[in-house]
Design a binder for this molecule. Structure first.
Ligand code: CDP
Length: 275
């Protein structure tokens, strides 16, 4: 999805603009790793106050997961805009970590190097256009498999979800483990997928539109490798949350996907009497 996400929206409040053969075969996750997310039963059980307690309306959280180039970034951005929510492209955090490692001629597979880089990730780095390159995408999936890296980036993501930048009162996060690990109590969970071939075609189109030379076979190979690494890793693998709505976009127009997801968000907002 690299070409789909303008970097300015990687960590951006969108508030005020709106009214209030799928492959890889997704595995269903029951994982809820790491520290308890704000507001969860687990944090309450430990006596921690929900992050938004006493601050009025809690944040409405939309979690979108899916494999590379499935269209989740575009969908996340459009939903944020429609509902006046803030958007966090969590892939950009892993890409920024990878970029810092590569810039220092480090090894993305070295846990100590990658963890140190993850601690240096700052929202300002997410606007670097170099994050969109294929070299960075591959290195991002390498650093993302390191548990220490995921842990270093956890609080930033959960804080964004629980307390999105003003004036937004809701957040849309897209990634690989949002509904399973980062925000297991999200109000809406979507898993966006498409066949590997369809995703490779989209990625080739995006790259060519940016003026880059793109060979279908090598893009397909890259996606397959990244999907395998993301799905097979031990730490927070790409997986479908049991309560996620799966949308296979192989033959669906982006506008139809957006309308379907919008209806789900609107219905949930109404059901929860969220305002
Ligand atoms: O845009 P694209 O879908 O190609 O990738 P991305 O969302 O920018 O993510 C780049 C890499 O970061 C992925 O291949 C994953 O390995 C990793 N990632 C992750 O592990 N967890 C996330 N929540 C987001 C991304």
């Amino acid at each position: 999805m690299s070409g789909e996400k303008p970097l300015t929206s990687a960590l951006s409040p969108q508030a005020g603009r709106g009214s209030r053969s799928p492959s890889p075969s997704p595995r269903v996750s029951r994982e809820r790793e790491g520290p308890a997310p704000p507001g969860s039963a687990r944090s309450a059980a430990r006596g921690q106050a929900p992050a938004w307690e006493g601050e009025g309306q809690r944040s409405f959280i939309v979690a979108i997961d899916g494999p590379a180039a499935s269209g989740k970034g575009t969908l996340a951005r459009r939903l944020a805009e429609r509902f006046g929510f803030a958007h966090l492209d969590t892939g950009a955090l892993y890409r920024a970590t990878a970029r810092l490692v590569l810039d220092a001629a480090g090894d993305p597979a070295d846990p100590a190097t990658a963890e140190a880089a993850a601690h240096r990730v700052d929202p300002r780095l997410l606007a670097d256009p170099r994050l969109r390159g294929d070299e960075v995408a591959v290195a991002a999936s390498v650093v993302a498999a390191i548990p220490e890296v995921r842990h270093a980036l956890l609080a930033l993501q959960r804080n964004f979800a629980a307390q999105p930048p003003a004036p937004a009162h809701g957040a849309v996060l897209d990634g690989r483990d949002i509904g399973t690990v980062i925000c297991p109590v999200a109000d809406v969970k979507l898993f966006v997928t498409a066949s590997t071939e369809a995703r490779a075609c989209r990625r080739v189109k995006e790259l060519r539109a940016q003026g880059a030379a793109a060979i279908y076979e090598s893009v397909l190979q890259d996606l397959n490798q990244r999907d395998a690494r993301d799905s097979e890793r031990q730490a927070a693998p790409l997986a479908v949350a049991p309560d996620a709505e799966v949308i296979d976009t192989t033959t669906l127009d982006a506008d139809i996907v957006f309308e379907r997801a919008s209806e789900l968000v609107a219905r949930t907002l109404k059901e929860k009497e969220w305002q």
